[in-house]
Design a protein around this ligand. Structure first.
Ligand SMILES: [Zn+2]
Length: 428
């Protein structure tokens, strides 16, 4: 980001001046251009220096008055170092060394945007005036020049929370739809989680599905910081509309029924890598009937979660199943997870697991030609198609809380209705 301006000291010699020429020739091109001059090629340097002579810095300054300082912004990348980031902000050597000694710098995380004002021109080139970024725990870290020293302070950030109402049409995947509608990934993941007991997003999502979502968006200085909670959402999957209203930390249908059932539809959570249509059947088992389970194609190492609370009945190797975990949920329901590459922490026979706990990771142990999860859902010992089995429901809104819930739900419903009506109007 940010335009870079080459240094104005002439003491750098031929290399420095050659770099200036190249940069000016491209009219404020990025500084990286300067590196095309090989430092170890003396002959080339001389040639460049010779060409350079008629072009002086004064000419450039006469055309464009040189500003005294620049404000630049850059993002801390994954795998970035503080040194590299600070150098991209054009902070000079002296201040860079001082900055690296400040412990506040350790609050910088990948993805964080850092803004800095750095002086330009003559003897002040590269001198830092101030630098600021959002630290953890919603604070702003500000480093300022006070006399000759750089002083750091940490202040609480003014975070503004708004609600956003957006809707999207699914064409290829949930994430692509969310992206097209300007809905953050974090909201798409929450959405998949809210409807995790009603929709298997790996296998049931279809082109033409649509959703509307009301969620919180936190911002600082008018710049989006991160998404907050999903307040309410509507999802139309294969013509069936599900509505979820957030209330007291849970999601309920308009009638107060809990959206979260005792079992989740899918043992794999939705992520960018595992999302999309066409969870193909494993070539070894073409029909569900033939092999009594469902196969989820997923990259090796993908987390496999318990679809419901229960007790591990078996965790170990078993013939064609390879590494297998069997979870018993109650006297009638049990689930089987096969071909695992490895087991989750603490997953052994008789271990208690909660819904969403990691049982293991997708692999291809046993009778499997590629990495996939073989999943079985058994009712009273007989394998059943998990998509067609009615699931036991979670706890609904308590009777005494219903009046409060209804009032709250009405406001949320009104907003979703507003968007639904607008959508219909747009389609007509
Ligand atoms: Zn299978």
């Amino acid at each position: 980001m940010g335009m870079d301006v080459p240094g104005r000291k002439t003491s750098g010699g031929a290399l420095r001046r050659a770099a200036l020429l190249v940069t000016f020739a491209l009219s404020s091109a990025v500084a990286a251009v300067a590196t095309i001059v090989p430092a170890n090629n003396a002959e080339l340097l001389l040639a460049k220096a010779a060409v350079l002579e008629p072009v002086t810095i004064r000419v450039e300054e006469a055309v464009l008055p040189s500003p005294l300082s620049y404000v630049r912004e850059d993002r801390m990348q994954r795998g970035d170092t503080f040194q590299r980031l600070l150098a991209r902000l054009a902070i000079g050597e002296t201040d860079l060394r001082q900055l690296l000694r400040l412990r506040e710098l350790r609050l910088l995380r990948p993805g964080t945007i850092v803004a800095a004002e750095v002086r330009a021109g003559a003897e002040h080139e590269g001198e830092l005036l101030w630098l600021s970024f959002l630290g953890g725990r919603d604070t702003t870290v500000r480093i300022e020049r006070v006399g000759g020293r750089l002083v750091a302070s940490e202040q609480r950030t003014q975070i503004v929370t708004r609600t956003e109402l957006k809707s999207a049409l699914v064409r290829s995947s949930l994430f692509a739809a969310a992206e097209a509608a300007g809905v953050p990934d974090a909201v798409a993941i929450q959405l998949a989680d809210v409807f995790a007991s009603d929709i298997d997003f790996h296998r049931e999502l279809r082109q033409g599905d649509r959703f509307s979502v009301l969620y919180e968006m936190h911002s600082v200085d008018g710049r989006p910081l991160r998404a907050g909670r999903v307040l309410a959402a509507e999802f139309t999957n294969q013509g069936r509309t599900h509505r979820a209203l957030g209330y007291a930390g849970n999601y309920y249908a308009a009638d107060g029924k809990n959206m979260r059932k005792a079992l989740l539809r899918s043992p794999l959570e939705l992520s960018r890598v595992s999302s999309g249509f066409g969870m193909r059947m494993h070539p070894l088992h073409k029909a569900w009937r033939a092999h009594q389970g469902v196969d989820y194609a997923a990259p090796s190492g993908t987390r496999v979660r318990a679809v419901g609370d229960g007790i591990v009945e078996f965790a170990g190797r078993q013939g064609g199943y390879g590494n297998l975990v069997i979870v018993r949920h109650d006297s009638r329901h049990s689930t089987w997870y096969a071909h695992l590459k490895a087991f989750g922490r603490g997953i052994r026979s008789q271990a208690r697991v909660a819904q969403g706990d990691t049982l293991g990771f997708v692999g291809q142990t046993g009778w499997a030609t590629g990495a996939h999860l073989h999943y079985e859902f058994r009712v009273a010992g007989a394998a059943r198609n998990p998509l067609s089995v009615p699931l036991p429901a979670g706890t609904p809104v308590a009777r005494q809380d219903m009046p409060a819930f209804r009032a709250h739900a009405q406001a949320l419903t009104a907003q979703l209705d507003l968007l639904a009506n607008r959508q219909v109007a747009a389609l007509e």
